[in-house]
Design a protein around this ligand. Structure first.
Ligand SMILES: CC(C)(COP(=O)(O)OP(=O)(O)OC[C@H]1O[C@@H](n2cnc3c(N)ncnc32)[C@H](O)[C@@H]1OP(=O)(O)O)[C@@H](O)C(=O)NCCC(=O)NCCS
Length: 194
């Protein structure tokens, strides 16, 4: 059971320890650096049903793909994370790989704020569509993407993509491909809700 009450100096919680994230607390959004890799791996591990990746995978995201990933940090540490990249075969799209918001920071629209901040990054803001995959049972994730689509006046479409039996050998729920467009060649509208 994570200890959510222990104080911890240095800004990053120790393994297994996450501190409360008070509503309204100033949140800093920034692209990741290699040193964030282990904390991001622990955040993902604390956010089922996300698949855990190797730390090496997270390190590649924090280095080669840092320009298309974003994290949310407050005084007690990193509580939000989005990984993604621009698919080489579909460079006008932004693929959102994983979104993780620690349970101590949920209920504050942090997932949607992370998406909005992501789409302001220089390496992302010209994307014309967001693409991602979501399991049909993940209601919170779907609502978060619906909220992002609504904020941008864009249309969300979902269709079957990775099949449980065909692509996951039955070991994982099927994933639908979600696309949200148009986001506009010049990035997000200025009047988007934050
Ligand atoms: C999905 C996740 C990132 C959302 O983070 P968040 O900061 O709570 O997201 P937001 O507050 O921006 O939006 C979530 C929406 O889902 C709703 N919601 C949250 N939990 C819910 C639940 N269990 N059932 C139904 N709706 C839920 C919220 O009310 C909100 O809807 P609203 O905008 O209409 O109010 C977070 O729950 C998480 O990390 N989950 C585990 C990992 C995961 O599933 N990631 C997504 C797959 S890539």
């Amino acid at each position: 059971m994570p200890d959510k009450t222990s104080a911890h100096a240095g800004g990053i919680a120790a393994p297994g320890i996450w501190l409360p994230c008070p509503k309204g607390e100033n949140m800093v959004f920034r692209t990741p650096k290699a040193e964030d890799g282990p904390t991001i791996a622990r955040l993902i591990a604390s956010c089922p049903p996300l698949d855990c990746n190797s730390i090496y995978c997270n390190l590649l995201q924090c280095t080669h793909f840092a320009g298309t990933c974003i994290l949310a940090e407050h005084t007690n540490g990193i509580v939000g994370w989005i990984s993604g990249y621009r698919p080489p075969q579909e460079p006008d799209s932004m693929f959102v790989w994983q979104v993780a918001v620690h349970e101590s920071a949920r209920g504050q629209s942090l997932g949607q704020r992370l998406l909005n901040e992501l789409f302001q990054l220089p390496g992302v803001r010209d994307a014309q569509r967001l693409i991602t995959t979501v399991t049909p049972s993940n209601i919170a994730s779907r609502k978060m993407f619906e909220g992002f689509a609504n904020d941008h006046g864009a249309t969300l479409q979902a269709r079957p993509h990775f099949n449980s039996d065909v692509h996951f050998g039955g070991a994982h729920e099927s994933e639908e491909l979600i696309s949200i467009e148009p986001l506009g060649a010049s990035g997000m509208p200025l009047d988007v809700k934050k």
